[in-house]
Design a protein around this ligand. Structure first.
Ligand SMILES: Nc1ncnc2c1ncn2[C@@H]1O[C@H](COP(=O)(O)OP(=O)(O)OP(=O)(O)O)[C@@H](O)[C@H]1O
Ligand SMILES: [Mg+2]
Length: 280
């Protein structure tokens, strides 16, 4: 390696280290990060992420929602409202919508129907930059709406943002279970916890059952059913704030997620086996 190459490599390492430090600083004030994921598209990830965030905000928590779907970002549209983030000195202050601080790549698109085309290193850079620039402040929960798939985009987000756990969304048909299994294997490969499985679109049209079946097979908690409802057509606000029935579904989901998060937190704090206890 020439002297010049060595210098370039050093500069690159320094830049990466500074970037990591800035991200750690920015994310350090967030108590719990929850990803909503499925390898399969269209199962309702964004809908679940938006409604979970709005539900937690309604319960008095400080909540952020990161739309990490950088190819087709749409969480602000699903959330409703027209708040925009503020940009100051290259820093992003998230928009506050229904008590949820929201950041999405869609805010930075010139035209909402423009296609965002990115390859590997660009994906990595834009996610890093996004995370570095955003001032979330103190948050109890950051809900992360993940992009579908098992390649570059979700992989990068899982690497950069250490999630406390993932909620995996599946649909009621047994065919969907295979995709959900892929999703769970992807999360496990990244050494992140799966909080449990949610079944979306439950009801007369698609039936019911894939979620609990899969949870049992994989020895994971089943977190709850979300029914297919026409209420979701109203995009002026999160459906959980408009329908008591939907709110009851999120009550059930949260009643399963909260103790699981506490369990994981306790396990993380416990000294590993064989580690001597600290002296009093
Ligand atoms: N329980 C439900 N009842 C009725 N419609 C729903 C329900 N859940 C989601 N939808 C609708 O289904 C569509 C797809 O949902 P959503 O965008 O949340 O899926 P996604 O998994 O995030 O998709 P992508 O993989 O493209 O990001 C949306 O129009 C949404 O309003
Ligand atoms: Mg989505």
């Amino acid at each position: 390696m020439s002297e010049q190459q060595k210098q370039a490599r050093l500069t690159q390492i320094k830049r990466q280290w500074e970037q990591r430090r800035a991200i750690t600083r920015s994310l350090g004030r967030i108590k719990t990060k929850i990803g909503v994921y499925s390898a399969k598209g269209g199962v309702g990830k964004t809908t679940v992420a938006v409604n979970l965030a709005a539900y937690l905000a309604k319960r008095g928590h400080s909540v952020g929602l990161l739309d990490a779907d950088i190819d087709t970002p749409n969480a602000p549209q699903v959330m409703g409202g027209d708040a925009r983030p503020a940009m100051n000195d290259g820093r992003i202050t998230p928009a506050d919508t229904f008590g949820v601080k929201i950041v999405s790549m869609s805010f930075f698109q010139q035209k909402s129907d423009e296609a965002i085309i990115m390859r590997g290193p660009m994906i990595h850079n834009s996610i890093n930059q996004f995370l570095q620039m955003t001032d979330w402040g103190d948050l109890d929960y950051l809900v992360v709406d993940m992009p579908p798939g098992t390649s570059d985009s979700p992989l990068t987000i899982m690497q950069v943002l250490t999630m406390d756990g993932f909620i995996v969304v599946t649909t009621p048909q047994s065919l969907a279970a295979l995709d959900a299994k892929r999703s769970i294997n992807m999360i496990r490969k990244m050494n992140v916890e799966v909080l449990g499985i949610v079944e979306n679109y439950t009801g007369d049209v698609f039936g019911s059952g894939a979620g609990p079946g899969l949870a049992e097979e994989l020895d994971l908690p089943f977190l709850g059913f979300i029914a297919l409802r026409p209420d979701y057509r109203d995009s002026s606000r999160p459906t959980v704030l408009a329908s008591a029935d939907v709110e009851a579904e999120y009550d059930a989901i949260w009643a399963a997620v909260e103790p699981r998060l506490a369990e994981l937190e306790a396990a993380a704090e416990e000294p590993a086996e064989g580690t001597p206890e600290a002296a009093p």
